[in-house]
Design a protein around this ligand. Sequence first.
Ligand code: NAD
Length: 351
Amino acid sequence: MTFTYEALPMRVVFGTGSLRQLPQEAERLGLRRLLVLSTPEQRPLAERAAGLLGDACVGLFTGARMHVPAEVAEAARTAARDAGADGCLAIGGGSTIGLGKAIALSSGLPVISVPTTYAGSEMTTVWGLTEDGRKRTGRDRAVLPRSVVYDPALTVGLPVDMSVTSGFNAIAHAMEALYAPDASPIVSLMAEQGVRSLAAALPVIAADPGDLPARTDALRGAWLCGACLGATTMSLHHKLCHILGGTFDLPHAATHTVLLPYVAALNLPAAPAAEQALRRALATDDVPQHLARASAELGAPRSLAELGLTEPDFDEITAQAQAQPYANPRPVTEGALRALLSDALKGTLAP
Ligand code: NAD
């Protein structure tokens, strides 16, 4: 066995009620003038965080949007500059954390993040910016949050449909980390446990979104899966989701959820150790079928058609996917890619 593993410098504060530790986290980092970022929908939560920070908050920017449009990033940078901010607090899902990263990328301002979904962006050095309908992404250490506060109580209001798809988004990170070219034993442990936690918690959450122990398990799983995403190079699944979100505007987490079983069916035969880990974590002998059935039973969309994709879109998707090389446990021909898309379009694995 040979591997290389580089740990990212991340600080995690985890636990119900940990939001109250924000002032200490800011102080620890020497931050006295934080700009609080959120989406418009999560403004009340941003105001709560601002209240906790007291004098250490210099303002709110509540215009975060999906995929970080360049004009939103620019407006937020201006707000940070005008307020004389010495850092940002990004409270919300991947879109808000992405906005914090966009500010950090150009200004170097440190970010504290408080994730309220299972997307995992807070654990990665990956940033994204969308301009003229194209999403650019890159990696930069400057965008990695300095401190991440996970408070499961903040996730009880995440609607069931988003909880489920966001959970499968996290599971997708773990699957691709298990067969990544830069996989390693520590990442595989995190991936397997992350999938196990989420798979056990999601049905409980679907039945009772207020179940705090299940919310805690799910967020712990999301942290582990996010750490896997941050530690490895993603493959075909993330490549396709990036194209479907960036060019066809398909919803991020739902797209991950629908596509995952089909990529699993294609890739796992070429990645036996990853398949074994997922079989253990999901307690199944048939990972693709299990993923499709479990997500459908929890009410997630079953096909790409449901998300608005059509067969004529395949030309553009395959062209973009083939244009730039990406890691994958097996080579993917155009024919295999079209067959995968066709199955996912119809939802052939869904019950
Ligand atoms: P999101 O951040 O877009 O959130 C979706 C909606 O849910 C928003 O309106 C948000 O305000 C709301 N919401 C979030 N948490 C809530 C809660 N607890 N209760 C009620 N409402 C809540 O969704 P997401 O799936 O977390 O993030 C998707 C974005 O993140 C995409 O743009 C994706 O590309 C990016 N992402 C980036 C990385 C990375 O490493 N850079 C990783 C994962 C995702």
